[in-house]
Design a protein around this ligand. Structure first.
Ligand SMILES: CCc1ncnc2c1ncn2[C@@H]1O[C@H](/C=C/CNC(=O)c2cc(-c3ccc(F)cc3)cc(O)c2O)[C@@H](O)[C@H]1O
Ligand SMILES: [Mg+2]
Length: 214
């Protein structure tokens, strides 16, 4: 049932998770993807690293590249201090629609602005659209070939401040070698690798946390 994997995930969340309870929605996605069909959510193991970074940064402004079904969007939004905002960019209209409904079921849609479009087209509009200056935390989890060009674009748009944290998923699997090489060798970043297993599998992956130095 459900003509797409995101739709099947949404239907399971709607049936299995208590409305307004973000943790039960997160658990429902993890349980479905661990037991029924794999999906490219950051998952619970890497999700705990994401949680720890959100709690350490206590961000006022967060940007997510690649919403997909909204799993990591929920993990971040549920930990934000009052008044903080999470902007998430998703180029696939169907995925965005599913994510909106999952966020709504979890009661997290007030903290989140989900924009539909390519990150490269949306990033230059963010300052003006949200009347903000810089992001405190950026979670990167979209096409792996877009990690580096979008990090460069964020720099050029003046959306990074000294101390801004970039957290990138999948730097080992599927990998983002050009992005890794850049953040690890550029004097503008202090980078740290967090080894972890790939979501729902016994495969090596890892996340890279890079602090922008200005
Ligand atoms: C134009 C830029 C741009 N602007 C806006 N939205 C964009 C966008 N480019 C992409 N999107 C959206 O982001 C999501 C894509 C995410 C891509 N993620 C993986 O490919 C991935 C793969 C594995 C894995 C697969 C197979 C394996 F065997 C092992 C590992 C594991 C993981 O955690 C993974 O994240 C989708 O919603 C896109 O619509
Ligand atoms: Mg990922």
């Amino acid at each position: 049932s459900g003509q797409s994997r995101p739709m099947r995930i949404l239907q399971f969340v709607q049936s299995a998770a208590a409305p307004g309870d973000a943790n039960s929605a997160i658990c429902a996605v993890d349980s479905y993807c661990a037991n029924v069909e794999w999906a490219m959510n950051v998952g619970d193991k890497k999700g705990q690293i994401l949680d720890a970074v959100v709690l350490a940064v206590r961000p006022r402004w967060v940007l997510e590249l690649g919403t997909y079904c909204g799993y990591s969007t929920m993990r971040i939004a549920r930990l934000l201090p009052p008044g903080a905002r999470l902007v998430t960019l998703e180029m696939n209209q169907h995925y965005a629609q599913v994510a909106k409904q999952i966020l709504g079921h979890a009661g997290l849609d007030t903290q989140v602005d989900l924009l539909v479009g390519a990150s490269s087209a949306l990033i230059p509009q963010l300052k003006k659209k949200f009347e903000m200056e810089t992001f405190d935390l950026i979670f990167i989890d979209h096409w792996k070939a877009s990690y580096l060009p979008d990090a460069r674009l964020l720099e050029e748009c003046g959306l990074l401040a000294p101390g801004t944290v970039l957290l990138a998923d999948n730097v080992t699997c599927p990998g983002a070698p050009d992005y890794l090489q850049y953040v690890r060798n550029s004097p503008r970043y202090r980078s740290e690798y967090f080894p972890c297993q790939l979501e729902y599998l016994q495969v090596e992956d890892g996340m890279e946390k890079s602090v922008f130095l200005g």
